[in-house]
Design a protein around this ligand. Structure first.
Ligand SMILES: [Zn+2]
Length: 255
């Protein structure tokens, strides 16, 4: 049976509930939602913080890294005293202070295909907050195969991008856009990253995810949203499905 909001929870989330686009129904949908966040770095920290503080029922955090001093400018869940701790544990402790009602699970290992398939199947929505192309392709393929929506974010230097992949509506997928951008460009952490840019993209991942879980889709699946942090400008592109895509096209033709 679905959980309903307690009186203290209704008080906490009042500013959402008074919005007619959300209402009690949207907030209760969020209370019953399970979200898998892969990567608790510059994208995952703001995304997890907003999903937790906004009243998501369950979050699973996956990351095998430990907190380093160079993370602190943009990974605002972590304090200097937590350097050396696993990121998922440091994040869980901070998130628990924000919202003790949120059930938080942590995984401090990199998931192989089998483990990731299992994890994805146990959640309603997946956020890809990783920073390497191999993980992005793995998450995209498994979300498509498991028919779970995916909110993908990426940021480098002063640039960011967002993509929602919705296998249930046969949208183009992350692999379809990699032929438009060099994967090295998407993944090169060594090139530097301006802290507010990655925080903006992580925040937008939470924005898209929260509204999707509440029944509103603000970024149409298969539409690529890019952000230029030097001109503060956003652009949207409709991503054509790659007819040769081995992820989304093979699933379609198998149906
Ligand atoms: Zn595809």
């Amino acid at each position: 049976m679905a959980d309903t909001l307690s009186y203290p929870q209704a008080v906490t989330y009042n500013r959402h509930i008074v919005l007619p686009q959300i209402d009690l129904e949207g907030q209760e949908a969020l209370l019953n939602a399970r979200v898998l966040i892969i990567g608790i770095g510059g994208l995952g920290c703001p995304a997890a913080q907003l999903l937790c503080s906004s009243g998501t029922g369950q979050l699973t955090l996956v990351d095998d890294d430990k907190v380093e001093a160079s993370n602190l400018p943009r990974q605002l869940l972590f304090s200097r005293a937590q350097v050396g701790q696993f990121k998922v544990h440091a994040a869980r402790d901070r998130l628990h202070e924000l919202n003790p009602d949120c059930r938080i699970r942590t995984v401090n290992t990199r998931l192989d295909d089998e483990a990731l398939r299992q994890a994805v199947s146990e959640h309603d929505l997946v956020l890809d907050c990783t920073d390497n192309p191999a993980s992005r392709q793995q998450i995209n393929a498994i979300c498509y195969a498991q028919q779970r929506p995916l909110v993908s974010g990426a940021a480098i230097r002063f640039e960011g991008q967002l993509l929602m992949v919705d296998p249930l509506n046969h949208s183009p997928c992350y692999q379809c856009i990699t032929r438009l951008f060099s994967e090295q460009e998407l993944s090169c952490v060594e090139a530097g990253i301006f802290a507010p840019v990655v925080a903006t993209i992580g925040t937008q991942q939470a924005h898209i995810a929260l509204l999707w879980l509440m029944g509103k889709q603000v970024l149409p699946a298969g539409r690529l949203l890019t952000y230029d942090g030097l001109s503060l400008s956003w652009q949207q592109f409709t991503v054509p499905a790659d007819p040769q895509c081995t992820v989304c096209q093979s699933i379609k033709t198998n149906k």
